[in-house]
Every structure is written in structure tokens, then in C-alpha cells.
Design a protein around this ligand. Sequence first.
Ligand SMILES: C[S@@+](CC[C@H](N)C(=O)[O-])C[C@H]1O[C@@H](n2cnc3c(N)ncnc32)[C@H](O)[C@@H]1O
Length: 567
Amino acid sequence: MPHELGIFAQESTRLWQQHAGLLQHDPKRRRHGVVYTPAALVSMLVSLVFSELPPGNSITILDPSCGTGNFLVEAYKRMAQSIQSPESRIKLLRNSIFGCDIDAQAVEIAKRRLWQTALEETGEWRPFVEFPHSNFAAGDALSLLPADDSHYLFPGAGWSLWLASVFQSQFDVVIGNPPYGKRRLTSAQRQYFAPSLYGHANAYGLFLHVGIELLRPGGLLGYVVPASMLSGLYFQNLRKYLSDRCRFRAIVQFGKRSGIFESVLQEVMLLVVQHGQTADPYTLRVATVEDEKQITDLSTFFQICQQVPSTAVLRRSGGYGLIHVPARQGAAAIYDKYEKRGVPLTDAKVGYVTKTGPIVWNRLKALLCDEPAENSRPLVWANNISYYHFAANGNRDRKSGHLQCDERTSPLVTRGMCLFAQRTTAKEQRRRLVAAFPQEWEHATGSFFVENHLNLIMPIKGTASLPPEYVLALLNSRLFDFIFRTFNGNTQVSATELNVMRFVVPDVPIVDEVVRLVRQLQDSRAFSQLKQASELAERLDRIVHGLYGLTPDEIEIIESHTRRAIE
Ligand SMILES: C[S@@+](CC[C@H](N)C(=O)[O-])C[C@H]1O[C@@H](n2cnc3c(N)ncnc32)[C@H](O)[C@@H]1O
């Protein structure tokens, strides 16, 4: 390596490490959603995107939140692989690679890393002033507010000004790991992003919107995004925005979090879409990565990817659009049966609706009490609920089984019969759907409070609703757990997702049989007769499989990808 390049590389590495170290303690880190992407994930996403590109063509590639340049360096390495001369490698850098980040220091480091990458292979040195500095911007990609200037540019207009100054056409590839988290928008920005917004704005949704706008027709966008995008209520317009404008090319989920973003609670997935819609059917790649080897070894990773029709991925239930990832063999056919035979929970033939528990306990601490007090009601906590089982003993460690009524809490009292389902469950848990129906307890108390880590599922007045035990049996079934995991990749079980779960409405004798078994199961759990409870759960699962017309092979798939709730 020439002497100058050695010094430059040393200095760049020092700055890079110093930057990473400083970020650990920087409040900006949280505010700007700074989490640099692990190398294996960068490589996986770049490979997915590049595998969709026609061979041989020169391309332009932008990372609008490039940080210290992880994606751009990896993409550039692949593009420059067979190019030897410094001039040609610099030319490629100039013509192809573009980046932006709100953190001016990170942008400087990204530029230096790219320069180092460009020259390392050639054994020659060129002064850094030759770097295509104007391909890079330090500013807010969502409004193009320059980092060191108070001058505000309207979103869109800002982008085109910057873009016009660096290149004429739009990008072939937009890639990256945008920031996540809620963002406040100006009214102008809200108007601009309106087609993809629903409720509060999340940064990654805004970056997806901007990213799509920056693609040329046929261009590819590859992002690391939160898995909540698949089914979350707040992302329903974003899903529509994407499916109206793009073809989905790949969705990769992760079976477990370890080894990916150890320090981040957020569940992520890789998404690749191509600008331009088509009326013709098409297929896309889907995968669920289960172990470290599939992350670090790309050939193993590509082997587990499956091509599935887009119609098996972009689904609707009860008018609600969600993205289902049938990454396991046979999952799409199982989903088809579940979809065809069932109707949503809120359909009059089923007759229930889910709401989020309304009590946020830490805003009402002064009204909590361990024992019943004058004018108090029982408070149901998430840990009162387990599979088929209800234990009204307050919050296990902290007690406080009751909450007093006052002008704030009285309107939040829940009355009448209801089922409860957990609102937060991790994919590592035996079950994502955990529900119970407290028959005895409900009759005894009549009215109560429900904490907001629970969903409460209540009969809709005036509809011919099925018995709660039947609804409970389906919610707690292995089939529902399997289905739920195919579209929910995060830790939330939202009211909307439960409302669109699809229930078969069977003949009365089957309903009666299910009710009878559920009551026995509730009793046997109460007496800790685990073997009997487990047998009853299996009998209920068999009935559910029959209701949805599943074949022995399909049952085998469900059983190998879900766990028994009682063992
Ligand atoms: C999750 S990090 C990813 C960084 C890099 N792409 C990577 O994967 O290593 C998100 C990046 O977005 C940047 N960022 C946050 N808000 C931004 C904005 N409004 N415009 C541009 N960049 C922004 C942060 O500074 C951070 O570098």
C-alpha cells in the first residue's frame, strides 16, 4: 500500500472508531435513530438488491441516511470488483455512488471510507480533493435542511435542488437502514407525505416514501425496516402506498433476534421493492432466517429463499391490507384455507370486537390499591392471563389488584363478559397468541379495569355471537399461532390484528363440543392436571384443523413450526 494511502486509511479508521465511540453517549443517537447495520446484514441486503439488477449495466445508487457508509462501501466494492485502474475506479465512484445523512461527521467518514476502498486495490494514491464531494449531502433527507444552515427548504423541492446539482436522472437503487421512531412533521411535510401516512409519522415510513420517489421507473429500493410494517395499523397507508407503486421483490424475516441487532428491541426485516406496478401476477423471494449460518453464509441464505406469488403475500382481511410472509413450505396453502373458510372476528356471524385495555397504570399510581377499597374495582394485569387460564391476584410482584374510580377512571371501567389476550409477546415465546376467559370471576365482579398490556375482546351488541369458549379455542389454537406469526414480526399483538383474524362459523354440535372441551380444560388447568390439559388442548387443535380443512401434511407443517402450549 502506498505511504499516503496508509496514512489516510489509518486516519479514516481512527475517525470512524472515534465517531462510533462518541455516538454511544450522544443524545443525538436516540433522536436520530442511529444504529449502524451489522456487516452480515449489509451484505445480505446488497446481495438481494444486486441479484435483481440486470447484469452489466452501470447504475446510480443512493443511501439517503448513509451514516458512515456501510451500504455504499459494500455496494461499491461489488461494482468495482473487476476494475483495476485508479482512474476507472474513481470514475465509477463519481458516476454511481450518492449519500446523505443528517450527521455531517458521519458523511465525512463515509466519504473517506469510500476513497480508501476505491484506491486500496490499485496500489496507487490520489489526493482526497479528487473525491466527488458533491455526490454527498449533510442534511435532513426529509426536508433537506442543511445541517449547518437554518435555511429551510420545502420537502421535495429541497431534494430536487440537491439532486439537480449532482445528476440529471433518478436513481437505479436506493438502499439503506433508515432511522426509526416517531417524527414530528410540519404541516407542509404532513401534506407532502399524506398518501403514506396514518396517524403519527414514523421516520422509516417517511424514508420509504422519499426513497420510492427517488427511484427511476424499474429502480430498486432495499431497506432494513421494522417488521411492524407487515401488519401494523399505523402502516396501513404505507403498505398501500408501496403496493400501488411497486412490485415487491424480497422480504426476509428473522426467526430470532440474537446475532442481528443484539442491542435493539425492534424486530427488523429486509425489504426489496421495484418501482412500477404491474397488473400481471408475479413472484417474489421470501425467507425466514433461523440461524447464524444463514446470516453469515450467503449461499446458505439464498437456498432458504422461496419464490412465492405476490397474491400469497399481499392479503386483505375485513377490508384491512396486510403483508403475509409464507416463508415456510406450504404456508401459503394453509393461509388460503384459513382465509377462505373463516370470516373476521368482527363479522356479525362471529360477533366480537377487540379493544386495547384502557388503563395506563403509571399515570394513575395514586389510585392503585392492594385490597378492595371504597369505590374501587379489580384491575386486570397482563400477568393475570396465561393460556386458557385466569388468575385474579393482582400484578404478581407488585400486587395492586384494584384501582379506585374517580372522574378520570370511571369512564374507563369495563363491564360485562369479555375475553383477554396478551398484547406483548415475543417470537421466542411458546405462543404469540395467549388468551383466557374468566367465567367465574366475571360473574362475581360485574365491572373491572383492564391494564393496557392486554387486549379485551367483547361481544358486539345485537349480533348472533358465538360462545366465548369457541372464540377462545381458536385464538389459543396452534393454527392461529402459525398464521399470526406469518404476518406479525414484532412483539405487539394489536386489537386490529385480532379483529381481522378469521374464524370458521361451524354447526351447533361442533360449537357445543368445543365449549365442553374448553370448560374441561379450564378446570384441569386450575387443578394443575397438566397431562389431561395437554390432551384436551390437542383434541381442540384437531377440531380446529378439521374446521379449516387441513390435510395431514399441512397439520405436520403447523406442528413442526409451532410449539405445544402445555408440556
Ligand atoms: C439506522 S442508522 C443507519 C446508518 C447506515 N445507513 C448504516 O446502516 O450503517 C440511521 C441513520 O440515519 C441518519 N438520520 C437520522 N435522521 C435523518 C434525516 N432526517 N436525514 C438524513 N439522515 C438521517 C442518522 O444520522 C443515522 O446515521
